[in-house]
Structures are given as C-alpha cells and as structure tokens.
Design a protein around this ligand. Structure first.
Ligand code: AMP
Length: 278
C-alpha cells in the first residue's frame, strides 16, 4: 500500500494506474476504521482490484460545538487495518492541500439537505458535498462506495454526482451491525456501557417498524412507540422517506422507502435506518 499525503503525489500514483487502463474504486472515510468501513473496501474490490481509501476529517462538515476536535484520529491502527485488507493507496491529504486556503462551500445540498440530519446540523451536508466533490476531482474514480448507514448522505452524493460526475458510479454497501443490531460507527466509542444498551434500541425500533409496516403510518408509529420505551435516548426524529427522492411518504405509497431514526444517547448523536418496501 502506498500512502500519499498530497494531490501531487496522488496524481503521480494514479496517472500511472490510468495509463495501465485500470479502473479505480474509491472509499472516502474520516478514519477510526471499523468493520463497516472494511466492508466498503471489500465491496469496492468487487468492482476493480485498485482501491483508493481516503482518511480526512473534514472541518467544513462539522458545526460549531460539534465533535471536530475530539473526533477519533487513529491513523496508526487505521493504516495497519488497510495494510491487512490490502488496499492500493491510502490518501491522507492535509486541509491545506484539499482546500488551498479556500474554506468556502462550493456545493449546495438543496432542499433535502436542510431536512433531517441537515435540520439538526446546518451546513453539514454542504460541507460534506464540498469535500466529496474535491476528493472525486482528486481521485477521479470509476466507482465510489458509500455506506447505506448514512442514507441521506448517499442520496445527496448521488444527486451531486449525477450532475457533476456523470461517468462515476456510486455504489452503496449495506450497514454493518453488531450482533445486537447496533450499527457500527466511529462515534460508538464515545458510548458508555449503559449508553450502548440504550443505543441498541434504535435498531430494535427500526426492525419493529419494518415488521409492522402494513402502512407507512403504522411503521412510524410502532417505531415511535418502541423509542418511547427508552427515554434515555433523546429522540430527534423518526421519518419515513421515499428511497428515490427522500421526500416523506404517506399512506398509499408503494415502492422502496427508508425509515430513519436519529437520537442522542449520552452525548452522542446516532443515526440509523432500515429499508421497507410497501
Ligand atoms: P465516516 O468515516 O463515518 O465518514 O464513514 C465513511 C463511510 O463509511 C461512509 O460511506 C459511511 O456511510 C460508511 N459507514 C459508516 N458506518 C458504516 C456501517 N456500520 N456499515 C456500512 N458502512 C458504514
């Protein structure tokens, strides 16, 4: 594995790969890698053997008072995991290299970007899309792999890529969970043992919503009833959205929908979702 820390070095590495006619798959991350991230890498490898992983904690997608400073940075462990799994290039740019002194957002997440996670975290999605676009421009992959765990992110990245990177294929990999259902997340390490038990109930509520989905309203209500049993989890929202448009669905809807939950457990904001077909 080559580790490169600047766009110049990256270009030198990837130009040679492109000349050999190899397609590139790309997995952007913020590090603190877990099995969820590794599953994206395995998915990437199903498309092409040449996989680039980036680790970059993007200041532009964190709001004031969020966890940018304390976000886990575990580059040595991450590097060892990536060596083990066998990726081709690890790209760890500096803020300066990626933003070149211009920390303005260059992408807009539009009206869907202001809902749900965007309502709780203003500017988060504009900042996320800005860095993802910069990374796509730097890596110029054929495939980019994202986790279904961040459903709204997937929707917005697909929307941006369709406009700006029409040749790029966005691949979505399923959410990796602990045996108890809790979706893996770099932020789970903030949870105490008691928090962890509470957090497991988020995925339980999603499964109950999915199991009682005779109608959209029934799915939402049963998930809400389940979350009400764990008041320690401060519920932000439960929503059911059309998987293709991210617009809220109402009774009578048919097709693929996504049931979303966001809640704060202890100090940690957690999100999860499950797909339901009506
Ligand atoms: P992050 O490092 O949190 O920005 O995540 C990088 C990528 O990993 C994103 O595409 C996430 O959706 C994905 N990801 C995070 N957690 C999981 C998980 N539990 N299962 C699958 N993908 C995940």
């Amino acid at each position: 594995m080559q580790r490169v820390t600047s766009i110049n070095e990256l270009n030198a590495e990837l130009d040679a790969v492109r000349e050999r006619g190899l397609e590139i798959a790309f997995v952007p991350t913020m590090g603190a890698l877990h099995e969820g991230h590794l599953s994206l890498i395995n998915e990437a490898r199903r498309h092409t053997p040449f996989v680039v992983v980036s680790i970059f904690v993007n200041p532009l997608q964190f709001g004031a008072g969020e966890d940018f400073e304390k976000y886990p940075r575990t580059i040595e462990e991450d590097t060892a995991k990536l060596e083990d799994i066998g990726v081709s290039v690890l790209f760890t740019p500096t803020v300066n290299d990626l933003y070149r002194g211009n920390m303005n957002v260059s992408e807009s997440a539009g009206h869907i970007g202001a809902l749900y996670e965007g309502a709780a975290r203003p500017d988060h999605f504009d900042g996320m899309l800005t860095v993802v676009a910069k990374l796509f421009e730097a890596v110029r992959p054929k495939y980019a792999v994202f986790g279904a765990k961040d459903a709204q992110q997937v929707f917005l990245v697909k929307q941006m890529a369709a406009q700006k990177f029409p040749e790029l294929e966005i691949v979505v990999a399923p959410t990796v969970r602990e045996a108890n259902g809790l979706a893996l997340s770099s932020r789970n390490r903030y949870l105490s043992e008691a928090d962890h038990k509470v957090a497991e109930q988020i995925s339980a509520a999603l499964r109950i919503g999915q199991a009682t989905s005779s109608t959209p309203q029934a799915a939402i209500e049963s998930a809400r009833t389940q979350m009400a049993k764990v008041p320690e989890a401060k519920l932000d929202y439960i929503a059911l959205v059309d998987a293709d448009t991210f617009e809220a669905v109402t009774d009578g809807f048919t097709g693929r929908a996504i049931l979303l939950i966001a809640a704060v457990v202890g100090e940690t904001r957690l999100i999860d979702n499950i797909e339901i077909t009506f």
